[in-house]
Ligand binder design. Sequence first.
Ligand code: NDP
Length: 312
Amino acid sequence: MERIKTLIIGSGPAGYTAAIYAARADLKPVLYTGMEPGGQLTTTTEVDNFPGYPEGIDGPTMMVQLQQQAERFGTQVRIGMINKVKFATEKGGIHKAFVEGGAALEAETVIISTGATARYLGLPSEQRLRGGGVSACAVCDGFFYKGQEVAIVGGGDTAAEEATYLAKICSKVTMLVRKDQMRASKAMQHRVNNTSNIDLRYNTEIDEVLGDQVVEGLRMRNNQTGALEEISITGLFIAIGHQPNTEIFKGQLDMDDAGYLITKGKSTATNLPGVFASGDVQDKEYRQAVTAAGTGCMAALDAERYLQEIED
Ligand code: NDP
């Protein structure tokens, strides 16, 4: 079986940054990309908030550049999916990972950067217009709708936070909450209620997103009365939660109730020695490319220190 020092699972900003640092520390990392090489950023258009790109950069290009940077220092990037792991539980133990299609490898350290997947409603019109005005990240894409009317779906903290964020940029934000109350904290609800250009609609769901190539409007349905109403918007933000990609680690790694990996203190260490987690898979608060990259760097440094400790 192939034996390596560092296996990195996932190819978003966290995984590639971990790879850059691990490769430069001579850990000879092997990175498996997962099903969506480049991760969530490949589904966004312009990235304007990653430091170092004064003119902005489109998400897919940025991810190709990160991959090239990781490869420049010797990272082996492999297109493929790790679909099973068997982690060692004692310090210095060897971790096993199984690749879809049959191959398997042994690794002294593993960095998990499998990310999280934004949840969508699943309406055909919503799926068709993803990238054409339907977005799951207000902080990434809100600026493109400066001065325009938009809508947001969801009643949690993310939706409340993103609605107030959008309200600063856009002329009007219609917020659709499916129940007669919001799940968001009282403080966040208070902020939404006190923002004059947020039009809060309870008991309201999307019937259809309107528009052919780009979002032009929304048909909403009041789920108590059945009444339909159409509004004109240019952007629709879906904020109904994320699903961390941690299914294959269940039963081995500590997770919170929502399935996010738990890391120790300020480090990226999981409950198992030699297994580290970085990026959105362990972060439901910030979820930014730059914070993911930061924790990717931390994970590689933690892995390097761990290997050094074993050698000493
Ligand atoms: P949540 O799971 O907390 O909320 C999801 C929201 O989306 C709920 O209002 C839910 O409605 C709604 N929803 C789910 N499915 C649908 C659907 N099909 N149609 C319409 N609405 C739907 O996710 P968040 O991303 O908001 O938050 C995740 C975690 O992160 C939470 O623990 C949150 O507190 C935390 N967080 C904290 C922040 C902070 O403290 N600053 C900022 C952002 C997140 P319903 O209530 O009816 O189920």
